[in-house]
Design a protein around this ligand. Structure first.
Ligand code: PDD
Length: 289
């Protein structure tokens, strides 16, 4: 077994090097696909039900009826993680509308392609959590909900690819993506939060963003701890005036942001509420295992 990774494809577990997708696959041709990313803690897949709920939401969003039974997918996710056997794994589930003759009509897609990639996930980079990361406001907008709805985790990530390209060229870790109204939505692959006075605020789903599973958990845990957590629209100017900023995602948990564009956030070090929320999130993870 290749310890660095494993792929489930068409009913078999194979190495990542053996896994191949046809040039006629609509995922490759048009980004006509959906996906999910989760990870393992102590070798166990994390929040599988929540990720599969979102996968089915994404499928609805592109009018795709997932051919594989949910129980079967669940079973394979657990089996793959067990087979690879590493404590900390990245798990990516991809479903495409399948192989078909060239043409945009989704009816051309025949049997769906279902792939699950399991690979080693490096430990969190402690330096990033001690120092915080920088964000750069990209000119590339997040799509309006009536375009390719950002709440759908689809294979269409080119806006986000272009946004992170701009951010990296500006020397930042990630981008702040705005919507057409000028409000903050999220970063290219994580949700954005700020601490303003006593309130902890993240943009509402209506702003056009992915309903992050970590976002949801942090919201629940924070509320249970008595934090004043709100979903509200805000501009990047308000973000820059915040006492603390952080981003959340499955693979990065709660990551402090200490600079947005040229503005240092708060005291320029990870803030106390950010650290406290991360601590509660870590406790939640520990209690699951
Ligand atoms: N990204 N926003 C976007 C656009 C994302 O792609 C992601 C996840 C998130 C955070 O969602 P969650 O908390 O459920 O991980 C927010 C994954 C990790 C990725 O594409 O690798």
């Amino acid at each position: 077994m290749n310890k660095s990774g494993l792929v489930y494809q068409n009913g078999a577990f194979i190495s990542p090097q053996e896994a191949k997708v046809s040039i006629f696959d609509r995922g490759f041709l048009y980004g006509d696909s959906i996906y999910e990313v989760t990870l393992t803690y102590k070798g166990k897949p994390f929040l599988v039900e929540e990720h599969l709920d979102r996968l089915w939401h994404s499928a609805d969003g592109i009018g795709l009826s997932i051919q594989m039974k949910r129980e079967e997918l669940t079973r394979i996710i657990h089996e793959g993680a067990r087979k690879l056997g590493l404590e900390r794994q990245y798990i990516r589930i991809i479903i495409t509308r399948g192989i078909g003759d060239l043409g945009l009509d989704p009816a051309l897609g025949e049997e769906q392609t279902t792939l699950i990639l399991f690979k080693e996930l490096p430990a969190l980079d402690t330096a990033l959590y001690e120092k915080g990361v920088t964000l750069f406001t990209s000119e590339v907008l997040r799509n309006p909900k009536k375009s390719m709805d950002p709440s759908v985790k689809s294979g269409n990530y080119l806006n986000n690819v272009l946004a992170i390209k701009q951010a990296r060229e500006a020397g930042a870790y990630d981008a702040v993506m705005l919507n057409a109204k000028g409000y903050v939505t999220e970063s290219t692959s994580a949700n954005i939060w700020m601490v303003l006075g006593e309130s902890i605020i993240t943009p509402p789903l209506e702003a056009g963003l992915l309903g992050g599973i970590t976002r949801q958990k942090v919201m629940e845990l924070g509320k249970a701890q008595g934090f004043d957590i709100k979903e509200q629209n805000f501009t990047v100017d308000t973000l820059k005036s915040a006492n603390e900023v952080f981003i959340t995602s499955s693979t990065r948990e709660v990551l402090p942001v200490t600079q947005v564009d040229n503005q240092v956030i708060g005291l320029g070090v990870p803030g106390p509420k950010t650290k406290e929320l991360h601590k509660h999130y870590k406790t939640f993870i520990l209690n699951l295992n």
